[in-house]
Design a protein around this ligand. Structure first.
Ligand code: LMR
Length: 331
């Protein structure tokens, strides 16, 4: 009898501690060994540490749970609690302002970018997600994109008539059109095969994504154009977040702060290491455009700014220009 009640008490205790643990499913589409992959694992570790095991973050990499479009829907209905989609993927959600990050050549470097992502403009943009049932927690860097194809990409004319896979951003569609290319929106998980089978001719991505998805195996030429930025907003289901006990939420905010510092610290290193990997593979010719070639691309893509200003809102775009000093009229 005594033994029975001890057992019952032990089972109850185990049951209680199991049910007291909050699970956060964190889904993303890139490989584990990328800036986002590593930062999400870092966050999971910190969250467990700071909440003393009250929260368990389960990270699902490489579209294991959901592809791009599906993951947004899954977050809104609460099938997953956390994501870090690229800033180019918020348009379909109706928050088009985020596509301001996609304008070609708008940022010269990450210092300019951080004026937005680490300042009031970035914070105000995250707040726009709340009516969609989403809370924005942080911005994580990846890096600047380069173009690839099976033919050399030196001058704007080299893009003409080629199909390029892009993320779901109208600004990116216009970017490709500005050089005579044909944009094709496609989920990230489908890009390798589309390149392999010739469904598309080329693509754009930071090198960390290019290398970890093995795109260098199916693209003969990589041109280090650094023409646009790709980074992330870490987002959670708002109802879930607001429903957490205040102390736990505070601990998770701290974990997120540390994960953000980590993400932004490793992003460039990861891209540099990936570039070395691509070069070592010997499968892709890596080309650095001359100053003149890069300027020609910048000029060819400048009309995108005027054409798409209304899409993201002139006010938002002006704030970006004020922070970065970019002026398309001067090109
Ligand atoms: C892409 O679809 O190319 C990127 O947004 C993938 C990612 O999450 O970095």
């Amino acid at each position: 009898m005594k033994l029975k009640s001890i057992l019952a008490a032990a089972l109850l205790a185990v049951g209680l501690s199991v049910s007291a643990q909050t699970i956060i499913k964190f889904s993303h589409v890139v490989a584990a060994d990328t800036p986002k992959g590593k930062a999400s694992e870092f966050f999971a570790k910190k969250a467990a540490e700071l909440t003393k095991g009250k929260v368990k973050v389960e990270v699902y990499a490489n579209s294991a749970l959901y592809k791009d479009k599906e993951e947004m829907e899954a977050l809104q209905i609460g099938s997953v609690q956390m994501l870090a989609p690229s800033l180019a993927k918020f348009g379909p959600l109706g928050v088009k302002e985020f596509e301001a990050f996609d304008f070609p050549f708008i940022f010269d470097d990450t210092a300019e970018l951080h004026k937005i992502t680490q300042g009031p403009v970035g914070a105000a943009m995250l707040a726009k997600l709340e009516p969609k049932g989403i809370k924005g927690l942080a911005y994580w860097d990846n890096g600047f994109k380069s173009f690839s194809a099976n033919t050399p990409l030196k001058n704007p004319a080299d893009y003409k008539g080629k199909k390029f896979r892009i993320q779901s951003s109208k600004v990116l569609e216009e970017e490709i059109r500005s050089v005579g290319g044909i944009p094709q929106v496609m989920a990230f998980s489908e890009v390798y095969q589309a390149l392999q089978t010739g469904v598309v001719d080329g693509t754009e991505n930071p090198i960390s994504n290019f290398y970890t998805q093995k795109m260098h195996e199916v693209q003969k030429h990589l041109s280090l154009t650094n023409h646009g930025y790709l980074g992330y907003a870490v987002i959670v289901n708002k109802k879930f977040w607001d429903g957490l006990p205040a102390d736990v939420r505070g601990q998770l905010e701290q974990a997120m702060k540390e994960a953000t510092d980590y993400a932004n610290k490793i992003a460039q290193e990861e891209n540099d290491a990936s570039l070395e990997g691509v070069k070592k593979s010997g499968k892709t010719t890596v080309y650095t455009p001359t100053k003149e070639e890069r300027m020609a691309l910048k000029k060819a893509m400048a009309p995108v700014h005027l054409k798409m200003a209304d899409r993201v809102g002139k006010e938002t775009l002006q704030k970006f220009y004020a922070a970065t000093g970019f002026d398309p009229a001067k090109l």
